[in-house]
Every structure is written in structure tokens, then in C-alpha cells.
Design a protein around this ligand. Structure first.
Ligand SMILES: [Zn+2]
Length: 158
């Protein structure tokens, strides 16, 4: 699938070339709120798909039980992942959190979107085809990008 990948990412910490996109969201379940995450690889065309999904345990004691992000990354076998079950969330998607991490060492990578309002595709800043001034930052990185002068010229930055 990645035979003609037009961009290159090399982690400066672990030399991995793969990136993982993670979405985290909260579900109100009675008095408690559940936190879920799903994640999968960033593709050559800057799209991504989710291959895994799990509830995020808030109890730090459970942290050990959770799989490390790197474990599945080493499996380059040709076996197709199971078809991911698409479901529509009725949650307010503005509260969703998106993360891009090195698939091997889990280092967080800043990224932007090709369209405003978190639209379009994901462009991590450490990819070779990232062009400062071309993308809309993930809101979490707005201030960071402002300081680096990476924001688009124009009024609406998000
Ligand atoms: Zn890494």
C-alpha cells in the first residue's frame, strides 16, 4: 500500500518511518464518562484509518495492562486487518482529541490539517512534504505554530 509513498518520515529518536493517528473521545455513560480511543496508521496519501479501538482506563494502576503503541507496529505482515466497524458517534466532535505519534516510540508529532475545522487530511510537521503556511494547525498546536510563523496568512486560522 505504501509503495509509492510521496513523503518521508524518519523519527529522530528511533528512526521509525511509520506514524500513528489516534482519536480520543469521551462518552457520557450515566454518572460516569468513558474515555475511548481508536488508532491506526497514517497512509501515504495523508489519509488514515483506524484499526484498533479500546476504552482508556483512567486508573493508573491499569496502565501496565494496556498494550504499548509500539507492539503492533512491528507487524508488517501482509495479513489484512479485520474490517473496522464504522459507527457514528453522536458526541460533539469538537471535543475529540487527535494525536499523531511515532508508531514505534510513541513520540508526539505536531500536525496540521489540509482544510479548516479539522477537515481534509493530516500533515505531520516532520513529514518531508510538510510546508509551513500551507496547513491549518491542530488547535492544540495553534500557539506553537504562531511562534514558529507556520500559520496561514489570513484571518481564520482554524
Ligand atoms: Zn520514534
Amino acid at each position: 500500500m505504501n509503495d509509492h509513498q510521496p513523503w518521508k518520515f524518519t523519527c529522530k529518536t528511533c528512526d521509525s518511518h511509520k506514524l500513528t493517528v489516534t482519536r480520543v473521545w469521551n462518552i457520557l455513560a450515566g454518572p460516569d464518562s468513558e474515555r475511548w480511543q481508536e488508532w491506526g496508521p497514517l497512509e501515504a496519501d495523508h489519509s488514515w484509518h483506524y484499526e484498533f479501538k479500546e476504552r482508556v482506563e483512567e486508573n493508573p494502576d491499569d496502565e501496565v495492562e494496556r498494550g504499548d503503541f509500539g507492539e503492533y507496529a512491528e507487524d508488517d505482515s501482509a495479513s489484512e486487518p479485520e474490517e473496522y466497524e464504522i459507527f457514528e458517534s453522536e458526541n460533539d466532535t469538537e471535543s475529540d482529541e487527535f494525536y499523531v505519534n511515532c508508531a514505534n516510540c510513541d513520540r508526539e508529532i505536531e500536525f496540521g490539517w489540509s482544510q479548516p475545522n479539522r477537515g481534509g487530511r493530516i500533515f505531520p510537521v516532520e513529514c518531508s512534504d510538510f510546508i509551513p503556511g500551507e496547513f491549518w494547525p491542530e488547535p492544540r498546536y495553534l500557539e506553537s505554530w504562531r511562534q514558529k510563523h507556520w500559520l496561514r496568512t489570513g484571518e481564520d486560522q482554524l
